[in-house]
Structures are given as C-alpha cells and as structure tokens.
Write a protein that binds this ligand. Structure first.
Ligand code: HEM
Length: 406
C-alpha cells in the first residue's frame, strides 16, 4: 500500500498507512480501543489510555477531522453528537452511462464534502462559514445491487442480508444504491450539507430514497455514550489490531474499505424502563450503571461467559445479549459498532444500529442467534435495513471511488 499524503494529518490518526507503523498502531488503536464512542469534540478513551493527550503530535480536542485520508472519516473519527443517513438510487439506463453517472456523483460528493469539512474551497456554502470550521465527518458506501449491476470490483461477500425472524422492515426506509452518512456536532450542519449533497446527487441523476437522523447523549470526555435503554453502547469495540482483521478489508484494494450494516431498531423504552434494574442487567449481561459485565467490575473487563453461580446457573444468562453477541461464539470476530439513537414519533424511538465489518456474513450469524433467543427481543422491532460497501478514503488529490475505474 503506497504512502498517501492525506494520512499524515495528525487530526486523523487512525488513517494509518501513511504514518510510521509504531505511531500509527498506537494512534489508531487509541481511537478504536475506546469504542470510538466519545462525544463531539472530546478526546477518546484511547487518547487517554495511550497517553496521547494534547501533546505536540496529537490533535487538539475538538479539531476537525480532515475529509481526505486513506480511510473515510465517518468510520475512523470519534462519533459526533448528530448523524444523518441518506440513501439514493441510481435509476438504471445503460451500464456505461450508469458507471459515468456514479463516477460524476462520487467526484461531486468528494468536492462538496471536502470543501464543507474544511470550511474553505472553491464554493464553501456561506451557511457553513458562520461558525468557523465545520466539524463534519462522512462516509459514502455503495449498495450490493448497484455494485452487481455495474460490475464494480467490490468485496465478494457484499450482499443483501437475509430475512430474519421478527423483521418488520419497511422497504421505503431500507436499501439503496448509494449510502451517505454524515456526522456533525449539530443538526444545522447536517441540514446544510445534506442539501448540498442531495443537489449534487440529483444533478448526476440519482434520486433520494430515504433519510434518517440520529443523535447521541452529551457524554463526558472519553466515556461511552448510552442508548435509550440507558446502557453504555460500544464498550466492547475492537482495537486497531482486531479491526485490521475483522473490520477493514484484507491487504489489497479493499484494505481501507469496510462494510456498513445499518438496522433501524424500534425500542419499547417505556416497557424496558419499567423492568427492575436487576432484570435489565440480566437481559443485557452487563450493569446499566457502570457498563461492566455481570462477571466483572469495570466497563472494559472481558465478559466471562463460563462463570457460574454456586447453584450452577450462568452469571451471564443463556439469553443475555452480551452472551449471544460475544466474539467467542464467532471465532473471535468483532464488529465496530457506532450506534445512534433516534426519536421520530411517540412510540417510534430506538437505535440506529450502524456496524462496520469486513464480511457482512458476521452480522447475519450474530443476528440469527439474536432473532430467536435475545432476552431483549420483547422490546425490539427491526424496521429498516441496509448494507453498503464503504469505499476506501480519498487521499488528497483523488476522488472517492477512483480505484473502481482503473
Ligand atoms: C436495539 C438493539 C440493541 C441494543 C439496545 C444493544 C445494546 C448493546 C449493549 C448495551 C451492549 C453491551 C455494551 C457494548 O459492548 O457495547 C451490546 C453489545 C453488543 N451488541 Fe448489541 N444492541 C442491540 C442490537 C444489536 C444487534 C442487532 C447486533 C448484531 C446483530 C448487536 C451486536 C452486539 C455486539 C457484537 C456486542 C458486543 C459483544 C461483546 O463483544 O461482548 N447488537 N449491545
């Protein structure tokens, strides 16, 4: 993998290949080890655990993440407080025309997102200049149907998910040829950048399919954000070494690509909140208060799935969410979860499950276990779904998806 100029930015340490290997591993592990869950502008857990605070070679807290780099910032940078997912379709004409339309669109999004992220460039929108540099992260992905239709060189395992027991998916909120996920400190930025990217998409012939907004709670620096059940969500995310194996592609053209699995999961938050806290903890396999597994004392303790009470019962019950999702059942495979909450209407709030993995078959294996046995099931309903090949980042001077055309 050649060294790419965009990687060298100290503000995007996880975009590793352009950094010295030791520093890159340290810095990248720092971001992922934390569960990549720090709230807007804060240092991550990893920043603290690696001792890489705001010293000479570290980014100042709140520094914007550059758009350009080996990996897309929407996967690598700390989660910001607000997100917006937008899906588009590219109506079919001829394969050649559609490939050209996609290329045009990816080039336009590269310009728009780079300029919006930097707050400068050929035509930065004046609305983005008002508050100084924009805190914006983004990722762009391609849906399996588009990739197959245009014969694009995407990872072989990219495919739609199978149906799972209990699914109540709304097709109008699911799927899509192109998926864009924006992250920002506030919804203002998302509204403006959402408009600019939609205009560019329409100009290239793409049509909007669905969009979905989400948010995170205000969180102390370095802390894992909570979901609407009140539990810390993202504690057991992979460190950089594990992510190289399970999240990012293998060495080669997909090395800095990954796959996003998105599920919109409605949560009966009132019914769950009415459970005694002890029952909540047993359903999850962790404690709501500190996020520690029922077998441990601290959030980042590894759950001990073999531990038993003197009466022979498992401490982490057989149907606990953490047992059924644990990497031990999956040959050690870990996914990178970057969930957000949503609250669209009374009775329609929950989790935007956004997880990144090399092989979406991993999600299928875990969800097949969850769909039939998870103790959380009485409180959950999956209402939308999408899969996308998240393109490698665009190093300085290149556009997203350039590798698709060579
Ligand atoms: C609304 C639905 C869900 C809620 C509220 C939820 C919540 C949680 C919580 C609180 C944890 C423990 C803390 C952590 O490690 O982040 C967790 C872990 C996890 N969840 Fe979920 N989750 C949901 C759906 C899913 C789905 C659909 C999947 C995948 C099919 C999934 C996969 C995982 C994985 C892989 C872990 C880490 C397990 C480990 O390594 O110990 N979750 N989830």
């Amino acid at each position: 993998m050649p060294t790419e100029p965009g990687n060298a930015s100290p503000s995007n340490p996880i975009a590793a290949p352009g950094l010295g290997r030791r520093r890159a591993l340290l810095a990248a592990g720092a971001v992922l080890a934390a569960g990549v869950g720090a709230a807007a502008g804060e240092l991550t857990d990893g920043d603290r655990t690696s001792g890489r605070a705001t010293g000479a070679d570290g980014p100042p807290p709140g520094a914007p993440t550059p758009f350009h780099g080996a990996r897309q910032s929407g996967v690598t940078s700390p989660q910001l407080a607000a997100t917006k997912l937008v899906a588009f379709d590219l109506p079919p004409s001829s394969t050649a025309a559609d490939r050209e339309a996609l290329r045009t669109l990816l080039a336009a999004w590269t310009r728009t997102l780079a300029s919006a992220t930097a707050g400068t460039g050929p035509s930065p929108d004046p609305r983005l200049r008002a508050g100084g540099t924009t805190r914006l992260t983004s990722l762009v992905g391609l849906g399996p149907a588009l990739a197959a239709r245009l014969g694009l060189a995407v990872p072989a395992g990219l495919a739609e998910l199978p149906a799972f027991p209990g699914d109540r998916l709304d097709p109008a909120r699911s799927g899509g040829d192109l998926l864009l996920q924006l992250g920002a400190a506030d919804h203002w930025t998302l509204a403006v950048v959402g408009e600019l990217t939609a205009t560019a998409a329409r100009a290239a012939g793409a049509t909007p399919r669905w969009s979905q907004s989400g948010f995170l709670p205000g969180t102390e620096p370095g802390a894992t954000p909570r979901n609407l059940f009140g539990f810390k969500d993202g504690s057991a995310n992979p460190d950089e070494d594990a992510a190289r194996q399970w999240v990012w592609g293998p060495p080669g053209p997909h090395e800095n690509a990954t796959v996003l699995v998105y599920r919109r999961i409605r949560m009966d938050t009132a019914a769950f909140a009415a459970l005694p806290e002890e029952h909540q903890n047993l359903a999850m396999g962790r404690r709501a208060g500190d996020g520690a597994p029922l077998t441990g004392t601290a959030e980042h303790d590894e759950p001990d799935l073999y531990a038993k009470h003197p009466n022979g019962a498992y401490v982490i019950p057989a149907t606990a969410h953490v047992r059924l999702t644990g990497p031990r059942l999956d040959g050690g495979a870990r996914m990178l979860r970057r969930g957000y909450s949503y609250d669209d209407a009374p009775g329609d709030r929950g989790l935007l499950f956004c997880a990144f993995m090399r092989d979406p078959g991993q999600f299928t294996r875990v969800q097949e276990r969850l769909a039939t046995r998870d103790a959380l099931n009485p409180f959950l309903e999956h209402t939308a779904s999408a899969v996308a090949h998240v393109l490698p980042g665009a190093p300085e001077g290149t556009a997203l998806g350039d590798h698709l055309w060579s």
